[in-house]
Design a protein around this ligand. Structure first.
Ligand SMILES: [Zn+2]
Length: 348
């Protein structure tokens, strides 16, 4: 079969190549790839900044935002041939830490977890892949290709769970939400916050392309510029850029008792002098800043339900580009109007 593989930490080593069929010990369910979403993590791995091959191997199959069709359900799953499934990305660490021991591998405390397509387990950018049934989520068949959005939806399902759990620390009636960054995660956050009946505002640099219309279609308000210029103080901010200045502005702008959830990963930014100003704002307004990464099975299950309930036409507008596997290099280069690019291996 063919696969998109990379030698981790070696820039320029990615290629679409002949690769051995998945090994039986990779799982009892055999799946045919339909599509795999591309995200910034894939770009970083291909650039040699990140990633680990499986033990004893030099190359890693890339890809963690999967959608596939069951070929062989194996002896111990309730799946049927033809079912659409998505593979869970993270596996608990082998120690395990207390969180992994209870299935909350997204909260792993020792960092020894593994992740498909990222850390020590092959990903999903191969014509066929295997999984154990407990790490597969069956997708509502009416979603079709939109099932490839399930992994990004898990990220936001967990992040909003964290926000609402944190909100229980006091009497809290959030009415307004700001999302910074209108990429796939930010737009899915806006979708879910609207579903929770909040007044939703989205801030991004882009003033053209599909993003403003996608926000308007949800009944949200689209902004460019600084969060500091908004004429309201948000009760919830979901930060999806990882940009230091955007994070700093968000923390200073959030309303009294408000909660900021950080989901973006960046580097550098706000200097040491500004940290005290930001901290003072947090203290004086009783704010809470919560970081959120990855998702456990509860979030995957709920994300599947959330995706199935969402407007198909709106979701389909998030997939702005489809590339063939042999053109994966083009898929990894961001174009101005991209929201989510997918690599399509077969028809749904
Ligand atoms: Zn752990």
């Amino acid at each position: 079969m063919k696969a998109i593989t990379v030698e981790p930490k070696k820039p320029g080593s990615a290629r679409y190549e002949d690769f051995p069929e998945p090994e039986e010990n990779e799982g009892s369910v055999l799946v045919e790839a339909v599509a795999v979403g591309v995200c910034g993590t894939d770009v970083e791995i291909v650039a040699g900044k990140y990633g680990w091959a499986p033990p004893g191997k030099t190359r890693l199959v890339l890809g963690h935002e999967s959608l596939g069709r069951v070929i062989d359900p194996g002896p111990r799953s309730s799946l049927k041939p033809g079912d659409l499934v998505v593979g869970i990305v993270r596996r608990p660490d082998p120690v395990p830490c207390p969180n992994c021991a209870v299935g909350e591998w997204d909260m792993c405390t020792n960092g020894q977890y593994t992740e498909r397509g990222i850390k020590e387990i092959h990903g999903f950018m191969s014509q066929r892949w295997r999984s154990e049934p407990e790490y597969l989520i069956k997708v509502d068949p009416s979603l079709g290709i939109l099932g490839v959005l399930l992994e990004p939806m898990t990220v936001i399902t967990k992040a909003l769970e964290q926000v609402y759990l944190a909100g229980q620390r006091s009497f809290w009636e959030p009415r307004t939400a700001l999302v910074t960054g209108a990429g796939p995660i930010g737009l899915l956050a806006a979708l879910r916050l609207r579903a929770n009946n909040l007044e939703v505002h989205v801030l991004d640099r882009a003033d053209t392309g599909p993003k403003p219309d996608l926000v308007h279609a949800l009944g949200g308000t689209y902004h460019t510029g600084s969060a500091l210029d908004l004429d309201f103080d948000p009760d919830i901010i979901v930060e999806c850029t990882g940009v230091g200045s955007v994070i700093g502005d968000s923390i200073q702008k959030v309303g009294s008792g408000g909660i900021i959830c950080l989901t973006g990963i960046g580097a550098g930014g706000v200097g040491a002098g500004a940290v005290a100003d930001v901290a003072a704002a947090v203290v004086l307004k009783n704010n809470l800043i919560v970081g959120s990464v990855n998702a456990n099975k509860r979030h995957w299950y709920r994300a599947g339900q959330n995706l199935a309930r969402s407007d198909r036409e709106w979701l389909s507008r998030l997939i702005t580009r489809r590339e063939k596997p042999e053109n994966f290099q083009q898929a990894l280069v961001r174009q101005p109007n991209d929201v989510k690019t997918i690599i399509q291996f077969s028809e749904v």
